[in-house]
Design a protein around this ligand. Structure first.
Ligand code: SF4
Ligand code: SF4
Length: 292
């Protein structure tokens, strides 16, 4: 069983379009949406949720107003400036600023502060027309997305081993944050989707620096190649100089936009368009790489 992670240095490069399109051509695969901060693979997969789990992203503190004497000690000592005197002349903790360190709980002379586990995140196992999908939803402003990615990847692996799947396909997050690091760790191949813009190339280089630390093979795809041929050539030069395999150059295709509107993968929506042909071509290179 091999694990493939689709990544891009920036949002909007077409990463989820590729991950979804691979679902239409991969046989016997499990899918995992690692983009937990802004998950959207489910919009195309239309999952039927079979399991739902909460995920703790750490602790949050809360002041019990009835016990608080407004002495202000907690606000003075909180290193994260999470405690403020509000318009009702009460001390309150801003949950988005609270890091859950528990200092305020320990120093409050009235024992007026309680710390509770924050479970404002969920993850799911779903059935889809392509097979099992493991996906997640983070609450607004929640943290620890890297740990959540690790958790759902563990579950995807468990399912893949259970059903003897040949592949796990991860739709990774954009950027190089902790969730991207959690997506890359231990994967067998990164498919990097690059948009031919100056920022797209810049962010792809940063992503490559990250992936290189893990010594994982990378296949690159230039999406919307024809929209900026000059930068596309710069991308090709960068890939060549860094010995990164260029697996595909795909021109802009209006069918992609239409397929998203109809909640289908591009291969489902327009199986004979050039974009879909390129997807098959890229997938063949991946399977040949693994000699499946
Ligand atoms: S330290 Fe305790 S009593 Fe003092 S303001 Fe904070 S919560 Fe209220
Ligand atoms: S738990 Fe830590 S970060 Fe949160 S309010 Fe208390 S002192 Fe501040």
């Amino acid at each position: 069983m091999k694990e493939i992670t689709v990544l891009s240095g920036k949002g909007g490069a077409g990463k989820t379009t590729f991950a979804a399109a691979l679902a239409s051509v991969a046989q016997n695969a499990v899918f995992c949406d690692n983009d937990v901060d802004a998950a959207d693979l489910h919009l195309i997969f239309q999952p039927e949720i079979k399991e739902s789990h909460s995920f703790s992203s750490g602790n949050k503190a809360e002041i019990q107003s009835e016990s608080c004497t407004n002495c202000g000690l907690c606000a003075e000592k909180c290193r994260f400036d999470a405690i403020h005197f509000n318009t009702k002349k009460q001390y309150k903790i801003n949950p988005f600023q609270c890091e859950g360190c528990r200092l305020c709980e320990r120093i409050c002379p009235e024992n007026a502060i309680q710390v509770f586990e924050n479970t404002n995140n969920s993850w799911y196992v779903s059935n889809t027309r392509f097979g099992k999908l493991v996906h997640a939803k983070m609450g607004p402003g929640e943290e620890n997305s890297g740990k959540l990615v690790t958790r759902i990847r563990e579950k995807a692996k468990e399912i893949a081993l259970d059903i003897n799947a040949d592949f796990i396909i991860n739709d990774g997050p954009p950027g190089i944050g902790c969730s991207a690091i959690s997506s890359v760790t231990g994967t067998d191949l990164v498919l990097m989707v690059i948009e031919p813009t100056l920022s797209g190339l810049h962010d792809a280089k940063r992503l490559m620096e990250l992936v290189r630390n893990f010594e994982i093979p990378v296949f690159a795809v230039i999406n919307k190649y024809d929209l900026n041929p000059k930068v596309s050539e710069n991308v090709i030069q960068y890939l060549s100089e860094n010995h990164i395999r260029l697996a595909g150059k795909i021109n802009f295709d209006k069918n992609v936009v239409k397929s998203i509107i109809f909640e289908k993968t591009i291969v489902e929506f327009s199986p004979k368009c050039n974009f879909s042909k390129e997807i098959y071509y890229i997938w063949n290179q991946i399977t040949e790489h693994f000699s499946v």
